[in-house]
Each structure stands twice: as structure tokens, then as C-alpha cells.
Design a protein around this ligand. Structure first.
Ligand code: AMP
Length: 407
């Protein structure tokens, strides 16, 4: 292999990576360093379908404690494993996921000092994410100083939204002077699934009108016309829109002041409730995890059923609302851990959308799990497609293109 791209997705306490062969389009080696900064930090490696060493099994996984427990230690361990596997020299460029690119980054960018400074400026819009992304970039630059480094932004895909979709009805000075507008997220995933869906439906992407929902621990939905985002549910931050694992999604903004005064909390205290204690977790008082809630609901737990119902009902409302930006609906696309696996939530959403021409195929819905791509609506219905997303592949292909490795 001579065309590897190392993809880095760096969080504050985790570092996810994947080495992708841009010719075979296969993940050769991937992994996750977790609990960085803690005493029990560890790193897991997973080998792809065709490991380089004969003593490795396809898909083999191993986990080890990570001495040092820092981001730099994680990067050292990754480099060491790449060397052991004879893969280090195949790395030709490094692609980084960056959450917030503000209005500056309308596309993927080659990282330069000026780009780093701009990403830093965007940190105030994503204080939990961008500093961690920057840490990943700086660590990789130290280790792979000679290779091109590329930033792929979650927000850039949504830069095509029209003004009437991205502006809040707030004083315009807040937009002009402080960048307060809707940015949207999950853009890399949306780009990937829309091009897959166009392929599956045998239509040029330019002629498609999709509502797409990326449903994982974070959840959003987007209207995509002709391959470009025209509206999305997330806003200035990834808190707006759909109900999520621990995030509230849309609420009456009046609740913020009310809670501050009732509970004697400062803004950080209220935001902590909205970001970390709400959503599926807040309603169920049990778990933020969809699978666990499904099990509890099956065992008769009312709060778990209610949490999943609120999640599904709100999402169905958002999907219907997003069709306004499209004028028609060619297909509904579902992805993310919940979208790809939860037949329960998919049924709960699609069964509310009959008026948009969607009719669930129960059997197909039950069958479509664990990375299977397929149609879960009956013949004659507007199609609902489950598509397994691959943000790492998208980042790798973007990086390879910008680094001049592929056309
Ligand atoms: P992600 O953030 O994309 O990894 O998605 C995480 C979410 O997907 C969690 O709420 C999981 O419970 C959910 N999930 C993963 N597998 C399943 C499954 N088989 N059934 C239902 N939910 C699932």
C-alpha cells in the first residue's frame, strides 16, 4: 500500500484514528485511545479485513494500557503500531476532523499557520471541541511534520444554507459582531450518505432532494437539495434541534432564565443540565443509550418508552419541517448508531410520516442492522434508506484530493 491517509478525530479525552487506503478504500488499521488525562487511559487497535502481518486475524482487536495517558503518548503508540505493521511509510497525509469552522471554512482546508489561527478563533463557538481538535493537529504536526495535514470541518457542508434558514430572528448586530447564526454539524456524514444514496437510487446527486437524519449520541437532521445543505436542525452549537442522548434539543429559551432563578444556578449550571442531563437520559432517568432504553421499554418501563417516543415524535416533526426547504421529498436517509441499528426508533419515526408518502416495510426494517445498507419502505412508498455512514472515509478522500494524491 502506498496511498495511506491517517485520519485523526481528537476529542478532549479521546483520540480516534484510522489508516485508510485510498485506492482499495479499505480501513487498514484503526483504533481509539480513551480516558486520556486519566490514570486508566488505554488504547485499542483494530485491524482491517486484510492485515499486513500473517499472525493477525482480519478484524482482530487488542487493547493495552496507555503509559503516560496524554494525546502525545497516544500518537506515539499509534506510530509505534504503524511501524510494527510495516505501515508507517505508507502514510502520505494526515486528515483531521475539526468540528467548527465558523463562516471562514466553506470547504476542506490544507493546514497552514493561518488556518490554525482561524480554527483557534472558531474555538469560542465550540469550546468543548475545537481546542481538542487543535491539540490533535499540533500533536500530529510534531510527529508527521513533513506530511500534508488537512482539516475537514463538520460545519462547512452547511455553508450553502440560505440566509432565511441560517439566521435567527435576533438583533442583526449579534450576527454581524458575534457570529450568532445557525451553522449545523455532522456535515461530513451527510456528504457521505447523500452521495451513497444517489448511487443507490441511480440518480445524479444534482437532481436529488433528501431529508437526512444522523442519529447517534448527537442527533441532527438536514434538508439536502442537489447535494447541498439547504437547512438543518443544529444551530450555533450542537444543542439545537432533535432530542439527543443527553442534550435537550429545542426548548423554550425562557426555560434558561427560569431555571437560573428557580434553582439559583449560573449560566454554566443551566447549560450543564441542557447538555449533559437532558435528552433520553433526562426523560428516562435511566440511560442516554438507545439500546438500553429499548430493552427497558420491552420490559415495561414507561419512562424508557416515553423517552423514545419524545425522541421519535420530535424527529418526525423536524423531518416534516425540513421538507419545506426542499419542496418535495425523494428519500429519507437514516444513519448513525441509532439510524443504522434501531428498528424500534425507525418504525416510530416513519409510522408518523405516512402523509409524506412514507410506508414502512416491517420485515426490511427488522433486517437492516449492523452496517447493512438498505431500503426499509414498501414498493411504491417514498424510499427510506438506511445507510451506514463513514466519516473517516470521507475525511481520507478529501485529504487525498487536497494533498494531490488522487483526482
Ligand atoms: P453513535 O454515536 O453513532 O455511536 O450512536 C450511539 C447510539 O446508537 C447509542 O444510543 C446506542 O444505543 C445506539 N445503538 C447502537 N447500536 C444499537 C442497536 N443495535 N439498537 C439500538 N440502538 C443502538
Amino acid at each position: 500500500m502506498n496511498s495511506g491517509i491517517l485520519v485523526i478525530n481528537c476529542g478532549s479525552s479521546s483520540l480516534k484514528f484510522a489508516l485508510i487506503d485510498t485506492v482499495s478504500k479499505q480501513e487498514v488499521l484503526s483504533g481509539l485511545a480513551e480516558k486520556l488525562g486519566m490514570a486508566d487511559s488505554r488504547i485499542t487497535f483494530k485491524h482491517g479485513p486484510t492485515p499486513r502481518r500473517s499472525y493477525r486475524q482480519p478484524g482482530e482487536k487488542d487493547t493495552a494500557a496507555l503509559a503516560g495517558g496524554t494525546h502525545a503518548a497516544a500518537m506515539d503508540a499509534i506510530i509505534e503500531r504503524l511501524r510494527e505493521e510495516g505501515l508507517l511509510d505508507s502514510v502520505k497525509a494526515v486528515g483531521h476532523r475539526v468540528v467548527h469552522g465558523g463562516e471562514v471554512f466553506k470547504a476542506t482546508a490544507m493546514i497552514t499557520d493561518a488556518v490554525l489561527a482561524q480554527i483557534e478563533k472558531c474555538s469560542k463557538l465550540a469550546p468543548l471541541h475545537n481546542p481538542a481538535n487543535l491539540l490533535g493537529i499540533r500533536t500530529a504536526m510534531q510527529q508527521f511534520g513533513d506530511l500534508p495535514q488537512v482539516a475537514v470541518f463538520d460545519t462547512s457542508f452547511h455553508q450553502t444554507m440560505p440566509e432565511h434558514a441560517y439566521l435567527y430572528a435576533l438583533p442583526m448586530s449579534l450576527y454581524r459582531d458575534h457570529g450568532v447564526r445557525r451553522y449545523g454539524f455532522h456535515g461530513t456524514s451527510y456528504r457521505y450518505i447523500t452521495s451513497k444514496a444517489a448511487e443507490l437510487l441511480g440518480k445524479p446527486l444534482e437532481e436529488t432532494a433528501f431529508v437526512c437524519a444522523h442519529l447517534g449520541n448527537g442527533a441532527s437532521a438536514t434538508a439536502i437539495k442537489g447535494g447541498v445543505s439547504v437547512d438543518t436542525t443544529m444551530g450555533l452549537t450542537p444543542l439545537e434541534g432533535s432530542v439527543m442522548g443527553t442534550r435537550s434539543g429545542d426548548i423554550d429559551p425562557g426555560i434558561i432564565g427560569y431555571l437560573a432563578s428557580e434553582l439559583n444556578l449560573d449560566i454554566a449550571g443551566v447549560m450543564d443540565i441542557l447538555n449533559k442531563k437532558s435528552g433520553l437520559l433526562g426523560v428516562s432517568e435511566l440511560s442516554s443509550d438507545c439500546r438500553e432504553l429499548q430493552e427497558a421499554a420491552a420490559a415495561g418501563n414507561h419512562a424508557a418508552t416515553l423517552a423514545l417516543d419524545i425522541f421519535s415524535y420530535r424527529l418526525a416533526k423536524h423531518i416534516a419541517a425540513l421538507t419545506v426547504g426542499l419542496g418535495r421529498l425523494d428519500a429519507l436517509l437514516l444513519t448513525g448508531g441509532i439510524g443504522e441499528n434501531s428498528a424500534y426508533v425507525r418504525a416510530n419515526v416513519i409510522n408518523r410520516l405516512g402523509f409524506l408518502g412514507l410506508t414502512l416495510d416491517e420485515a426490511a426494517n427488522q433486517e437492516c442492522t449492523r452496517g447493512k445498507t438498505g431500503r426499509i419502505t414498501v414498493e411504491g412508498s417514498v424510499p427510506a434508506l438506511v445507510i451506514s455512514t463513514d466519516e473517516e472515509m470521507m475525511i481520507a478522500m478529501d485529504t487525498a484530493k487536497l494533498a494531490g494524491l488522487i483526482d
